[in-house]
Write a protein that binds this ligand. Structure first.
Ligand code: TRP
Length: 466
């Protein structure tokens, strides 16, 4: 390990940063809408099972690879891979991760831009008084907004630039401090909204929707597993990178457990809030007002926010907090790409951030234009009509294919190629004896790879893309 390797400032520093990476738009924007699109219930159960059986073990595997080598994904696999069958080939897993960082960032920054815009929008509504027609009009307004090319490019680019500034500062001085203050506020606010929604007329139906057991398609299972990877920031080496800055005093398994629990709780709370609003309106109105689309956070939620006491105050605060949650996630995405240039190409952090940022910008501009601004980009559908448009196609491809496949190779590597001594000692450093070690090892050796392979085969062999 090189002596200049940066480290997290404190023991909680890593938890906060990793939880900051995990908790983001995946929890508050994406999870509610894909749960709604997949009819809740069984989808949520599969997702929970995926977090426990696949997500948590792979999270531990990623962090241990990072801390063991003190390197970012490509370097880490080069080092550990050189001792086993496959050798340098393993670094391709790291390379796939770096590529994943580009792809995810390119559309993630677009949605992050929306949260900033809605902060402004809500501030405007709050100051000028929200009028009844705004309520009915939320869906149309959102549609107009995303189809506005210049606005989309401006907001996505601004978000990229802010992320670049933070990453340039180094993660410790920038993001670790911000996260420590803002995440608890976001959590409290969401909890408050959750409690209030218990009294809404739609609460019971929302809970039923979330936890009933219904039929499932193989596509839905793939999506649930894919989302477990996405929301926990797994499968592309983000936690290998963050793990490389972890001190030897930290307990990897305790930290991983905390991160998984926090992430899941926030995602479920977001669902409770969102669905309570959705089910509080009549079925007929629901069909016209709420599409089963990516728009729920921006069309459903303002309705609730402005019906609350102090709603005019809470609404803008809520969106700015979500924007910060997104920022702590984009920072981790960019950090993977940047640390590759720093470690493998020996670039300065400064140069790495500028080049990586420029490359991401080149991809995110067409993505920003693929929500109505440009016909061709809006209509391409390599993965079927359900995921039409460059924006949805990239999200689909990255979360449902790149991340699970990255996770597959990570679990195969740690389960079958890395020695027991190495994994066991990493998981026990900073903590006590790991009694569940055999369980963990069984999960990474058999359960994770077989589950992922089975899903991939089911989807390819089945009625794959509609
Ligand atoms: N986990 C984040 C979210 O839920 C997104 C994210 C950040 C991510 N870094 C990642 C996803 C790395 C996959 C890999 O919003």
């Amino acid at each position: 390990m090189s002596e200049t390797r940066p480290q997290w400032g404190s023991r909680v520093g890593f938890i906060l940063a990793a939880a900051g990476s995990a908790i983001g738009l995946g929890n508050i924007w994406k999870f509610p809408y894909i749960t709604y699109a997949n009819d809740g219930g069984s989808f949520v159960l599969v997702y929970l099972a995926a977090v426990i059986l696949i997500g948590a073990p792979i999270m531990m595997a990623e962090i241990l690879i990072g801390r063991r080598t003190g390197k970012s994904p490509v370097g880490a696999f080069l080092e550990l891979g050189s001792e086993v069958v496959g050798g340098r080939l393993w670094s391709a897993v790291g390379g796939l991760g770096v590529l994943g960082g580009f792809v995810i960032f390119s559309y993630y920054s677009v949605v992050a831009g929306w949260t900033v815009y809605y902060f402004g929008q809500c501030a405007y509504w709050s100051l000028n008084g929200i009028t009844p027609h705004i309520d009915a009009d939320l869906g149309r307004q959102f549609g107009d907004f995303v189809a506005n090319g210049p606005l989309q490019v401006t907001f996505a680019t601004s978000f990229l630039v802010v992320t670049m500034l933070v990453v340039m500062l180094g993660v410790k001085r920038g993001i670790e401090r911000v996260t420590r203050v803002l995440m608890p506020i976001l959590f409290s606010l969401l909890l408050g909204m959750c409690i209030i929604s218990v009294w809404s007329p739609g609460f019971r139906q929302a809970m039923h929707f979330l936890f009933h057991v219904g039929p499932l398609t193989s596509e839905a299972i793939l999506e649930a597993v894919g989302h477990a990877f996405f929301t926990l920031s797994l499968g592309m080496g983000a936690l290998i990178t963050y793990g490389s800055y972890v001190s030897r005093r930290a307990s990897i398994r305790r930290d991983a457990a905390v991160i998984c629990v926090l992430d899941t709780v926030i995602a479920l709370m977001a669902c409770v809030v969102m669905f309570s609003v959705i089910f509080s309106v009549s079925t007929a109105e629901r069909a016209t007002t709420f599409s089963k689309s990516a728009a729920i956070l921006f069309t459903t939620l303002p309705r609730l926010l402005y019906s609350l006491p102090f709603g005019a105050l809470v609404a803008p605060v809520f969106y700015i907090l979500v924007a910060f949650a997104a920022l702590t996630s984009t920072v981790s995405l960019l950090e993977v790409v940047v640390s590759y240039f720093i470690d493998q190409r020996r670039w300065s952090r400064h140069r790495a951030v500028l080049v990586a940022g420029g490359m991401i910008l080149a991809v995110s501009v067409p993505v920003a234009l693929s929500l109505g601004a440009n016909d061709l980009l809006t209509s391409i559908a390599p993965f079927g009509q359900r995921n039409a448009g460059l924006f949805s196609s990239l999200d689909f491809f990255a979360s449902n294919w790149m991340l699970p496949i990255g996770g597959l190779f990570i679990s195969l590597f740690v389960g079958w190629f890395l020695s027991v001594d190495v994994s066991r000692s990493e998981l026990e450093t900073g903590g006590e004896e790991f009694r569940l070690y055999p369980v963990w090892r069984f999960l990474v050796r058999y359960v994770c790879p077989l589950a992922i392979i089975w899903i991939v085969i089911a989807v390819i062999g089945g009625k794959a893309f509609n």
